[in-house]
Design a protein around this ligand. Structure first.
Ligand SMILES: [Zn+2]
Length: 224
């Protein structure tokens, strides 16, 4: 029975590595699949992992129709037993519905990988639809860690070293074109997310360069 599975986790939880491993395992068993990604760090038409592995992928543009794309490949004689869908949080709700339809009507397994919530702790529309429709949601077991050593559960956006909680939902981390502004992401535990204490702020707040402020007293929750 084909399934729609959503593997979710924070950044740094090994999603893309698992996506590549999954593709390898299925391919090694003689199955044929298609790989998709969107806004990957390595660039367009790529799926890359932080461990340095990478492969070609179909870029999921806003107007990509998964149903049509799969039908196209199948009618040209390519075997399509499964789809690997990385960065699925960036897909539109309609595209997630197309994936569900491929599972139900064509018996294709869909393995989607993504982060659930953005830097404001709000669900990405694509992830929301996946949680609503998936046969299974599997939270990845490789735990990303906050600077304090606790399990990281939240994705923080850091602009020029300072954590922000407002702004556009999708901004790919890098120096923004035409400006000197550096956008980065950092995973944090909930305590430090709520206190807007990313690693750079923690270093500033620490009494000496070797001591990080684990004491919550010195990083109160900022007023809303
Ligand atoms: Zn922490």
């Amino acid at each position: 029975m084909a399934e729609l599975v959503f593997f979710s986790g924070t950044m740094d939880s090994g999603k893309s590595t698992l996506a590549l491993q999954m593709d390898h395992n299925h391919r090694a068993r003689g199955r044929g699949g298609l790989i998709f990604s969107k806004l990957d760090r390595a660039g367009e038409d790529m799926l890359s992992s932080r461990l340095g592995l990478a492969t070609r992928a179909h870029e999921v543009h806003d107007d990509l129709d998964f149903w049509d794309t799969v039908v196209e490949h199948a009618t040209s004689g390519q075997r399509v037993d499964y789809l690997i869908c990385d960065e699925a949080q960036f897909y539109s709700p309609e595209q997630i519905e197309q994936l569900a339809r491929l599972v139900d009507e064509m018996g294709i397994d869909v393995f989607a990988f993504g982060i659930t919530a953005d830097f404001r702790t709000q669900l990405f529309p694509g992830s929301r639809r996946l949680i609503e429709l998936a046969d299974r949601v599997q939270v990845l077991q490789v735990e990303a860690l906050c600077w304090c050593g606790k399990r990281a559960t939240h994705n923080a956006r850091v602009v020029d070293g300072v954590m922000v909680v407002e702004g556009e939902q999708v901004v790919v981390g890098d120096t923004q074109a035409g400006t000197e502004t550096l956008v980065e992401y950092e995973v944090l535990c909930r305590r430090h997310f709520m206190r807007r204490m990313n690693s750079a702020a923690a270093r500033v707040a620490s009494p000496s360069p070797d001591v990080l402020p684990f004491d919550l007293e010195i990083c109160p929750v900022p007023p809303a």
